[in-house]
Design a protein. Structure first.
Length: 196
């Protein structure tokens, strides 16, 4: 697994073994960043359920202003720290100036502490869409209320589409390949529905 573009292109990312982490594939990230290349530059980014940090680190490599990573598992967060250091070194970026890693649950994070976020990545473990949908919807509403001008990028099983109650409106959908198989990953781009 590697960074797919920007100053740190080709840098390898470590993935924790046996931790239930499901990083976005290189192919999916390339598709996503082909769509948002103009949005990333100079953006402040929030990477929820960060895991390896693949989405946020792609942003750093491609010239974003800063990334806030949220990862609740301290063992995974240590690997995320190592990935951040490697990418920042390759891209000649001051690690401490552009990244914050909060070892806390995205569901319990006070979002107002993050200022001027323009780009949000939400890639939770897939089982949460079944077991914690109400909690996820609450988080999504909070994100919409705190960052109403931001773009939200959600990687989820293809059958998941955010409901109107989350306050997010779909803009673009990317599917890795046509499939009827349940759980096939898809990436959807959202903006806050200002008409609600």
């Amino acid at each position: 697994m590697r960074i797919t573009g920007g100053k740190a292109c080709g840098i390898r990312l470590d993935v924790p073994k046996g931790q239930g982490v499901r990083p976005a594939t290189d192919f999916v990230r390339e598709q996503v960043f082909n769509r948002i290349r103009n949005v990333v530059r100079e953006a402040c980014v929030l990477d929820c359920f960060a895991g390896t940090g693949a989405y946020g680190l792609e942003c750093l490599s491609r010239g974003c202003k800063s990334v806030h990573f949220l990862e609740k598992d301290i063992r995974v967060a240590k690997i995320l720290c190592a990935n951040c250091a490697r990418v920042c070194k390759s891209a000649c970026i001051d690690y401490n100036a552009v990244t914050t890693i909060s070892v806390m649950d995205a569901f319990q994070t006070p979002l107002k502490r993050f200022a001027d976020v323009q780009l949000i990545f939400l890639d939770p473990p897939y089982y949460l869409w079944q077991q914690c949908i109400n909690t996820l919807n609450h988080l999504l509403r909070s994100l919409a209320q705190c960052f109403h001008l931001a773009m939200l990028i959600v990687e989820a099983p293809s059958e998941i589409l955010l409901s109107q109650e989350t306050l997010w409106m779909p803009v673009v959908s990317l599917r890795s390949a046509p499939s009827k198989k349940k759980g096939t990953p898809s990436v959807n781009f959202y903006k806050v529905n200002t008409s609600l």
